[in-house]
Ligand binder design. Structure first.
Ligand code: AN7
Length: 347
């Protein structure tokens, strides 16, 4: 098993006193997307973070955050979440044998993620307020109750997530572009910091252009203002006031990247395309990346032959209900050989 904290020990703030937790996080596939590369005229790769132990990129940061919390003697952790952070926090807390409290927006977390947090044994509190409200309260609760907060305000979370960038570089060097979905703006900041750290270590020569994609209804970094009532089908990135906004803006600016917004419809089309043309089922937030590339191509802003890595942050199986909303359902067919045969021939 690959222990992420051991694999990159020299680049992480771990010492001989840090307990090394692992659920087998990281080491995710970087898959060349031949069909979409042809369609877009670029060299496109997907970093498949949905193959982490709890099905999202959060595990990279959580393993370090929870290990450091244990090192500091924490008895419990707390997070606000749109879903994936809570699933990951709950799993690593279970492994570490400490308590995990989760505050999330009621009715706005994909079913699979909610079920993960519950089965891993977290104390799940669903509030009638959005993620931004949940995070505000969680920060106060953490201070008040002496719990370790494991949202991306925790520096170890972002440090752990740098490893996604390192793995990409270890495999294909620095790409020209790195495209990520943006919610609380932690991951794009982490990837950038990862590339910067690798350049300082002399392992890559240049930093990719960082491209951050948001949903139109939750696009504070594109519009340059907080969204009071963020709304999108991509519930993972339904965030109106990102805590890492400053870091992400610096990353985008210094790498000559950009922020871009895509509609819910564009996200769902991209999700279906990715699955049916490349065999990869990623959750809606992740597919905002492909929707963004489609949009740039349409605008004539996607240079030919650039080497692009899209970070597919979460597994599609976490949010099966969304597929129902896309009006995808099986054909119901009588249990008769001839009818089945006809159904196959006419397809
Ligand atoms: C699949 O779980 O914020 O810009 O509480 O689950 O680093 O916030 C999730 C975010 C992208 C955005 N893709 O990353 C949470 C949470 C998926 C996500 C993001 C999230 P950030």
């Amino acid at each position: 098993m690959v222990c992420l904290l051991e694999k990159y020990a020299e680049y992480f703030p771990v010492t001989s006193k840090t307990p090394i937790l692992s659920l087998g996080e990281g080491n995710t596939p970087l898959i060349p997307l031949d069909n979409l590369s042809l369609k877009l005229g670029v060299e496109l790769y997907a970093k498949c973070e949905g193959l982490n132990p709890t099905g999202s990129f959060k595990d990279r940061g959580m393993v370090l955050a929870v290990s450091k919390a244990l090192e500091a003697g924490a008895s419990g952790i707390i997070c606000a979440s749109t879903g994936n952070t809570s699933a990951s926090a709950a799993a690593y807390a279970a492994k570490a044998g400490i308590k995990c409290h989760v505050v999330l927006p009621a009715g706005k977390v994909a079913r699979g993620k909610l079920i993960q947090a519950l089965i891993y044994g977290a104390n799940v509190l669903a509030i009638h307020g959005n993620f931004d409200v949940a995070l505000d309260m969680t920060r106060k609760l953490a201070d008040d109750l002496g719990l370790d907060i494991v949202n991306s305000v925790n520096p170890y979370r972002l440090w752990g997530q740098r490893s996604g960038a390192w793995e990409v570089c270890d495999e294909i060097g620095a790409p020209d572009w790195c495209v990520l979905p943006v919610g609380n703006a932690g991951n794009i900041s982490a990837y950038w910091a990862g590339f910067v750290q690798y350049r300082r270590a002399g392992l890559i020569a240049s930093i990719p252009r960082m491209i951050g994609i948001q949903a139109k209804g939750a696009a504070p970094l594109v519009m340059g203002r907080p969204f009071e009532k963020p709304e999108t089908v991509a519930t993972a990135i339904r965030i109106g006031n990102p805590v890492n906004a400053k870091k992400a803006m610096a990353a985008v600016k210094s790498s000559k990247g950009m922020f871009l917004a895509v509609s819910d419809e564009e996200i769902l089309i991209a999700q279906k395309d990715l699955a049916s043309s490349e065999g990869i089922f990623a959750e809606p937030a992740s597919c905002a990346t492909l929707a963004g590339l489609y949009k740039l191509r349409k605008q004539g802003d996607l240079p030919k032959k650039v080497r692009v890595v899209m970070v597919l942050t979460g597994n599609g199986l976490k949010d099966p209900e969304i597929v129902g909303k896309m009006i995808l359902s099986p054909n119901e067919v009588a249990a008769e050989y001839e009818t089945l045969r006809e159904a196959i021939l006419s397809c």
